[in-house]
Design a protein around this ligand. Structure first.
Ligand code: BES
Ligand code: MN
Ligand code: MN
Length: 462
């Protein structure tokens, strides 16, 4: 890629300013109060893709938030890269824990980002990482070096389950036809330990409701004589793990892919310091399924976690009350071969079956999706690996991630193509948390690395 260094040096200030403008729009897809901002962000992305030199830029309306499509087709005989990303972000709360307002981006230095990081909701997940692709394509078009056809598909509902995208993909297979899908919406091990994500976990997300008496009761008059839904719910939840932290739902592990000793030994080679991990989270010990390392627990093993639990009186002071209802939101992270709809059903059947007399239980499935693993002996992976080697001076490590991008499995099913996950964020970038940030170095390194992927992918395809 001729002139990339010069181009980066000349335009990096503008690259940062453009991203900062985009981060100012609070495109929170989960909260209808931000609906107009989500639409405004879609408009901003459209403008950015046009400015980068893309053609046929289109805001595709859906039943939910729009999907932005754009392309630059040079020659139908060349390989085609489909870039996917999302312009919606997670809610910013709890707002008081931010050291600067979530939608007023600022650059601050951190221990892991001595050159500064942009602090804003969406900086890393996924506006910053998505925008690297827009800038990389701008560079290749501007310097007349785009080696492949490129298509963009940027959605606004990833953080709420990509409902409209599933239909859009199913209905637009010809338009979206490609040779490889490229996504930057994951992370890497460290700035001096580049890695490529080769796996994502699946997800089943459910909400449970336990109902006892028909109204809230005086805890003195009725306590001990009727089932307390909160007591019952916590007991039921506690029973979902055994003393070894295995999940007790019958059939839950039936289809779990067991890794060979060789594969686990390979995984263990990735640099990992338990001490640093514990220190970063201010915990005195890790916790999890017996028989597995931390790196395995959060990547190759399925899990079950309560994400929220509520009911009864939580206001100031004390109120003596037995609530009529108790609730929890529960996520299960799944591994290859576990089917999310099957797991949701297993959960529902089991959870209903363990309810004691005196309460009724309702399980409502939210969203979910299948996990994904990609082999490393494909030209897509090899091209990405060589691209990192070129700009980082080191061969990247393949690594499975614990996070989920459910739409990736669907891409493979509907579009019959593999996805390459070139993530440039760090786990410590606090995505979904207060003070989310994205390293300036990481952002620029991403823009610099992506064009080499196109170059090598084209070379290896012919
Ligand atoms: N970009 C993340 C997923 C991710 C982050 C994967 C880091 C690997 C490493 C994505 O935006 C996300 O948050 N996904 C959700 C699932 C979705 C259905 C709401 C998740 O993983 O919780
Ligand atoms: Mn994301
Ligand atoms: Mn996310």
């Amino acid at each position: 890629m001729k002139d990339i260094t010069a181009y980066m040096a000349q335009h990096k200030q503008r690259f940062l300013e453009e991203l900062i403008e985009l981060l100012k729009i609070p495109s929170v897809s989960a909260d209808p109060a931000f609906s107009q901002d989500v639409y405004n962000t879609a408009e901003a992305i459209k403008g950015a893709l046009e400015k980068a030199g893309c053609e046929a830029v289109e805001i595709c309306e859906t039943a939910g938030y729009p999907i932005i499509y754009a392309e630059k087709i040079l020659d139908p005989s060349l390989p085609t890269v489909l870039v996917y990303g999302h312009y919606d972000v997670q809610p910013a709360d709890p707002i008081d824990l931010w050291t600067s307002p979530p939608f007023e981006p600022v650059i601050k230095k951190t221990e892991l980002h001595p050159e500064g990081a942009i602090f804003a909701r969406g900086a890393c997940d996924d506006k910053g990482q998505m925008y690297m692709h827009v800038k990389a394509v701008e560079f290749m078009i501007a310097t007349g070096q785009l080696p492949c056809n490129v298509k963009f598909m940027i959605e606004g509902e990833e953080e709420v389950g990509s409902k409209s995208l599933a239909d859009f993909v199913a209905q637009n297979q010809a338009k979206l036809a490609n040779d490889i899908i490229l996504i930057s919406d994951t992370g890497m091990i460290a700035n001096d330990v580049p890695s490529i994500t080769t796996g994502l976990r699946g997800l089943s997300y459910v909400e449970v409701e336990v109902t006892g008496p028909n109204r809230d009761l005086h805890s003195g008059l009725y306590g001990g004589a009727v089932a307390n839904p909160i007591n019952v719910l916590t007991k039921m939840i506690a029973s979902l793990h055994d003393e070894n932290n295995h999940i007790t739902i019958p059939g839950f592990y039936e289809k779990v892919e067991e890794l060979s000793a060789e594969e686990r030994a390979e995984m263990a080679k990735a640099p990992f310091s338990l001490e640093d991990y514990q220190n970063a989270l201010k915990i005195d010990s890790v916790y999890g399924e017996k028989g597995y390392l931390t790196n395995e627990r959060n990547a190759i093993r399925p899990t079950l976690d309560v994400n929220g639990i509520w009911g009864g009186y939580t206001g100031e002071g004390a109120k003596t009350v037995i609530a009529s209802k108790a609730y929890a939101k529960i996520s299960m992270r799944l591994v290859p071969h576990q089917d999310w709809e099957e797991i949701t059903q297993l959960f529902k059947t089991h959870f209903e079956s363990i309810a004691p007399k005196g309460v009724s239980v309702k399980v409502t499935p939210h969203h979910g999706g299948q996990g994904y693993v990609t082999p490393i002996n494909t030209i897509g992976y090899q091209a990405a690996s060589k691209a990192y080697e070129t700009t980082f001076g080191k061969k990247p490590i393949p690594q499975r991630s614990g996070g989920s991008i459910p739409i990736v499995a669907l891409f493979e099913k509907e579009l019959k193509s593999k996805t390459i996950l070139m993530g440039f964020g760090l786990d410590s970038d606090a995505i979904h948390s207060p003070n989310e940030h994205f390293g300036v170095w990481n952002y620029l390194k991403g823009i610099e690395t992506i064009p080499y992927f196109y170059q090598y992918f084209k070379e290896m395809s012919s």
